[in-house]
Design a protein around this ligand. Sequence first.
Ligand code: SF4
Length: 330
Amino acid sequence: MSEILLEVKDLKTYFPINNGFFSRRKDFVKAVDGISFNLRKGETLGIVGESGCGKSTTGRSILKLIEPTSGEIYFDGRDILTLKKNEMRKLRKQMQIVFQDPFASLNPRLRIASILDEALATHNIVRNGTERKEKVLEILEMVGLNASHADRYPHEFSGGQRQRIGIARAIAVNPSLIIADEPVSALDVSIQAQILNLFQKLQKQLGLTYIFIAHDLSVVKHISDRIGVMYLGRMVEFADKKQLFAEPLHPYTKALMSSVPVPDPEMIKKERIILKGDIPNPANPPQGCTFHPRCFACMDICKTKKPRNIEAKPGQFVACHLYDPEILQG
Ligand code: SF4
């Protein structure tokens, strides 16, 4: 698990805001504001945070479904931001996405067999029509469906089954990386567990690498090797899952963990931390540390100075002045 599949350096994705027809000032929403991390082959990185924190934009920027503003993204050693369109098209089949609502991304007029057949044909995975039929059945079985499902339309499936189809379409083109964007948040808890188990089974079977995006920490905990916690476009903490759950450092991570509703023996002793207020408007973020209006540990310096990213413990990175030796020594 040591070879790097994906390396993201100082990724920024800004969206311009319309200030009015006559305004010359250009403002931006900094949806992703300088994120860096790497992803090892075969691992799962969980990205967690409240809605609007930039986690989905991060996923879509990595796939170039949204054009990043700046930064570097190396996939298997190639900087994908400098690739030409046709080179990116070839690479794209290695990087797939599974959406929260697979129904919205499935053509309602096509039977499931045709949806999968189309994916295999478009990417030249299997050229021969008869072999493609066999491959479609093989993929359906891999995701827990069977031949009887092949001739049905998307609307004939339950939410969990549709997500299996979304996963089937992603794995059909033999990807190395799958970005799963809130893939279980629309499902009942019992179905969530089945889909999470399916992701894990396929990872072992196919050697897949995942970025798993969710707002629910208990979902991310179940599946991840390492976890990144996002707040207003920044990765405020990044660590190995066990390390993060044993000793969260950033006040925001501590608050998120204290509010996990599912009973968890590792969390029983943790005191509930109630966050003040809501996530601020990303178009007008607070000065200094953007978390400071909600932070129970806020110091004066937090209101004016943006925290650096510090490796507070081996492999555990945190963007908070509380762990910055330069700030602490004054
Ligand atoms: Fe809280 Fe200050 Fe740390 Fe921000 S930098 S999380 S306000 S202690």
